[in-house]
Design a protein around this ligand. Sequence first.
Ligand code: NAP
Length: 311
Amino acid sequence: MALYTTDLLILGSGPAGYTAGIYAARAGLKTIIVSGNQEGGQLTMTNSIENFPGFEEISGFELMDKMKQQALKLGVEFVNDNIVEVDFSNRPFVCSSENGHSFKARAVIVATGSSAKWLNLSSEKKFLGYGVSACATCDGFFYRGRTVAVIGGGNSAAAEALYLASLADKVILVHRRRQLRADKILQDRILNNKKIVVEWDCVVDEILGEDNPLKVTGIKLRNVENDNVKTIALDGVFIAVGHQPNTDIFRGNLPLDSKGYIITHENSSKTDVEGVFAAGDVKDPKYKQAVISAGSGAMAAMDAIEFLDDN
Ligand code: NAP
């Protein structure tokens, strides 16, 4: 158990956290990044990124590793741990970690990102890791030559379906409406991919499977327009129905909106607590792009630098 003391503590190691670290270190601040429970954040689960300027195509893992190496080279200290409690009532702020470490900081940037949402079916929980997944990059390999379903109609679902189509025999994209939310370029790729079939206007009522050994064998779909129910045989189900902000530990410490996103002042990363800033998906209910998170991290670092100069 250690006590770390720093000018700036950054919570989270996605594009917002690393970019904030790069800016803060270049401004001469002693800066520590605490990784969170998924080093590199959600992007590390993305197989291919084609919209981060400067990289025509790069894997999420590689992009995040490049950001980390850049931050480390500039002198940012990296601690692989997860903050579980914060005290923002007095300065220096105190944050405590899962591994029992304490961090005292003159300023904090919260860049804890968001996590995948689930359908909240009991069968989904039962088969999690046994045919149910939220990460095609992590688990797609097991479905070579098989049939899988992807649930959702946004960019994540589209990207997962396209990736899985490169491995599986057949991909069934299940969307609850008749229009995908995903970007037009991804919609076109989905509709032109012979391995992908879209089940429009459908929701998953149940994930079906066997107990011994535990495995998924199908899904029960309900058409929301006419209530017709049908069963489809398949081997795996990938859930991609959106994300929620990782803000549980800030409840009562920082103002959150009705969906749990951190509220910041207009055109700023400042929260209502002087010296605590927020960046990236944790404060962004709308855009959630790697490049926007990176920009938001830069903004938070600049706000923190100004705050520390003044205090
Ligand atoms: P999203 O855009 O919020 O899409 C979630 C999808 O899941 C929607 O189509 C939604 O349906 C559906 N859905 C939500 N709850 C459901 C439920 N209970 N049952 C069935 N379907 C449900 O989330 P996302 O795809 O995770 O993307 C999050 C953000 O990351 C977005 O801003 C996205 O642009 C960004 N992102 C970008 C890329 C990229 O390459 N540019 C890749 C991945 C993610 P409705 O459409 O009916 O609401």
